[in-house]
Design a binder for this molecule. Structure first.
Ligand SMILES: Cc1cc2nc3c(=O)[nH]c(=O)nc-3n(C[C@H](O)[C@H](O)[C@H](O)COP(=O)(O)OP(=O)(O)OC[C@H]3O[C@@H](n4cnc5c(N)ncnc54)[C@H](O)[C@@H]3O)c2cc1C
Length: 419
């Protein structure tokens, strides 16, 4: 995990240092290299590496990959046309709304492959990859990062930088050392994934169970998923919402095993779930300290995850492009970057995390879920919101209502997203 890849020297300086080579960091390195910047892309892991995830790509994430010129990566993957929603004795298949501006299909691909492919693409465009190397701190001069300290195989190195993009994921160790704080009074996620063999691995639908129960039959504030990966394998997982006040203290492993047994016949699973792993998810921009004079946090480090479904790959790729564009436009990112994030995602995140907070109240899930799943119109809206397919440019009734809810919520909140 920590041994270096042969031939990768650690450079002494770079125009841009990107810390973390998940989809956020690798996409940022790719975009910056395209613009002719001298980029170092650094990761503590050696690739290919696993990342605990549902591996699902919404049309918005697929569009992000297309913009990176990487659409062919998904050529032999399922073309997913929508969600198969289940709960309270009802099943409803809902296509991604055709009118979304991202594209008609989603997909799914194991993160071991996806992340390595985006990372290799950044290297092909000229980024210098340094793997097995951990960023452990930054030296500040006049309020700017002058250099970043990196350790690899027990040795310390300094990399002098002009700009730093911090894409080091959920816990964001480097971000924390720069002042990033994760606020858990608004909803966050706890989720577990696994892999299983399936005869339905080429399905055109992402399975989603809104009525998630533990082995004792108690209803949980979360959902279960089965995402078809197209190579005889599906990703099976469960996720739950929590807040400081209402922590999700459940053990996820037995819930996942129970869920896999429940969906086993339907998804024609031919093996028990394996490689079970769980992780936390910061959501809805619930972090402060996302930028300084010459550094910006992107992806999970900036809590850019949809509070209603835990999906963050599309935001990772999008925030990468936005941050790289800002490198050219601004000299100081301290206020410009959180302001841009709020403009892009603030109202939707405010509404979604308020709704997610409500779902952590035990009575809310059946109250909304039972009648909701019987209404095709409501479920189509749910798919639009869960698929993250509403944008600031959409002008239809649902989009306007969702944005109004976000604006009202943002005004009611003590602490808006990214502050
Ligand atoms: C169980 C689960 C299921 C999920 N399912 C989905 C899904 O189906 N679809 C979806 O879109 N999203 C899903 N998500 C969310 C998604 O996984 C994240 O939003 C996404 O990985 C964010 O990408 P990132 O590049 O910001 O961070 P990451 O992918 O976490 O990458 C961060 C990288 O930084 C590196 N790093 C960390 N610290 C350092 C350091 N100090 N120095 C150097 N490198 C460092 C790490 O090694 C890692 O490679 C899920 C999350 C969980 C937990």
């Amino acid at each position: 995990m920590t041994s270096a890849t042969p031939g990768e020297a650690i450079g002494e300086s770079a125009d841009l240092l990107v810390v973390g080579a998940g989809p956020a960091g690798a996409a940022a390195a790719a975009h910056a290299a395209d613009r002719g910047s001298d980029v170092i892309l650094l990761d503590a892991a050696v690739f290919p590496r696993d990342k605990t995830c549902g591996d699902g790509l919404t049309p918005r994430a697929v569009a992000g990959l297309q913009r990176l010129g990487m659409a062919s990566l998904l050529d032999d993957r399922p073309r997913i046309r929508g969600l198969e929603l289940n709960g309270w004795g009802t099943r409803r298949r809902v296509d991604w709304p055709g009118a979304n501006r991202f594209g008609a299909y989603g997909s799914a691909i194991a993160r071991t492959e996806l992340d390595d492919a985006v990372r290799r693409s950044a290297v092909d465009r000229g980024a210098r990859m340094v793997s097995g190397a951990k960023a452990i701190g930054a030296q500040m001069v006049g309020g700017r990062i002058e250099s970043v300290t990196v350790t690899r195989e027990g040795r310390r190195h300094q990399i002098r930088v002009r700009d730093v993009i911090v894409a080091d994921g959920v816990r964001s160790g480097l971000g924390r050392s720069l002042g990033r704080q994760w606020h858990r009074d608004t909803a966050f996620g706890v989720a577990a994934r696994s892999y299983a063999d399936s005869d339905r691995a080429d399905s055109e639908w992402m399975g989603s169970h809104l009525e998630l129960r533990d082995p004792a039959g108690d209803l949980l504030p979360g959902y279960g998923w089965v995402f078809p990966l197209g190579n005889g394998t599906v990703n099976v997982g469960v996720g739950a919402l929590a807040t400081d006040k209402r922590p999700a203290s459940m053990a996820l492993r037995p819930i996942l095993e129970h869920y896999a047994a429940m969906v086993g016949d339907d998804w024609r699973l031919t093996s028990p779930p394996r490689a079970i792993a769980s992780a936390l998810l910061p959501m809805g921009g619930a972090v402060s300290g996302v930028a300084g004079a010459n550094w910006m946090l992107i992806g999970d480090a900036a809590a850019c995850v949809n509070p209603l479904n835990g999906e963050g790959i599309d935001y990772a790729i999008e925030t990468a492009a936005l941050a790289v564009a800002m490198l050219d436009d601004e000299n100081d990112y301290s206020t410009a970057w959180p302001a841009l994030l709020r403009r892009e995602y603030g109202t939707a995140f405010a509404a979604a995390r308020r709704a997610a907070g409500l779902l952590t109240v035990p009575q809310t899930v059946p109250l909304l879920g039972r009648p909701g799943i019987r209404s095709p119109r409501l479920m189509s809206t749910v798919v639009r919101v869960m698929g993250n397919l509403l944008t600031p440019d959409d002008a239809d009734l649902i989009a306007r209502a969702w944005r109004s809810a976000g604006r009202v919520t943002a005004r009611l909140e003590d602490r808006p997203p990214f502050s």
